[in-house]
Design a binder for this molecule. Structure first.
Ligand code: MN
Length: 228
């Protein structure tokens, strides 16, 4: 049997301290997972369960790879996020067992066409065009979980051309990493290769052609993206 097209090279992310790469299966993203960001988007963070959207696996982009300003938007936004890389299958996992299924952590940027997202929200339409476009998921190298201590109390920040735009801490997540994995695994069987973008803190804003965005989380490799 032959495929009628060349099969694509698997989408993948670099691994810290290794030449091996993490093949990406799916990309899940958590909406509104920091209270101050939920408020800045006009929502009450106290009365919402976590919710999810997805991006295609080939939206992933390595650090220091430039990406084009996307078409059909005039309000292109950054979102600094902790990315969880799943290493072991799990379904309906308990919160206390959730971290056994994590391969590692990385720094990500959930790039967003905010104008298309606002229009979709108003009409109750899907978010794909605002969230799941080409190059929308920059991700720095993954650090294996056994090399990380206390990610849940780490500073997360983002700069645009050196100016600080987001500055928060992973301990401000409404739904912690184990809680997100537990809840998401009630909806989907999580598989090795799945990435979870866990949500962004407050301070999201626009980026322009020529901007350099740096995202950092204490203990992890920084993510750098230039818009061209
Ligand atoms: Mn996000």
């Amino acid at each position: 049997m032959n495929y009628i097209f060349d099969t694509p090279t698997p989408a993948s992310v670099a691994i810290h301290g290794s030449d091996d790469r993490f093949a990406v299966r799916r990309i899940f993203c958590v909406g509104r997972n920091y209270a101050a960001h939920a408020r800045e988007m006009g929502h009450n963070p106290d009365c919402e369960l976590p919710f999810y959207f997805t991006k295609p696996n080939d939206a992933v982009v390595d650090s220091r790879v430039s990406i084009p300003y996307p078409p059909k938007t005039n309000n292109f936004h950054f979102e600094a996020e902790l990315v969880v890389a799943i290493g072991k299958e799990c379904e309906d996992v308990k919160r206390e067992d959730a971290l056994q299924h994590v391969y590692g952590y990385a720094v990500g940027n959930d790039l967003t066409r905010r104008d298309l997202q606002s229009a979709a929200k108003l009409k109750g339409r899907p978010w794909d065009a605002s969230k799941a476009f080409d190059h929308s998921a920059p991700c720095a190298e993954i650090h294996p979980i056994n090399q990380i201590s206390d990610i849940e109390n780490s500073r997360i920040w983002l700069t645009v051309n050196g100016d600080i735009k987001q500055d928060s801490n992973i301990n401000k997540l409404i739904w912690s990493v184990p809680e997100v994995i537990a809840n998401l695994s009630t909806l989907f069987t999580l598989m090795p290769g799945d990435l979870i973008y866990t949500g962004t803190p407050e301070g999201v804003g626009p980026i322009m052609k020529g901007d350099v965005i740096r995202v950092g989380i204490e203990g992890l490799t920084e993510l750098e993206t230039k818009i061209v």
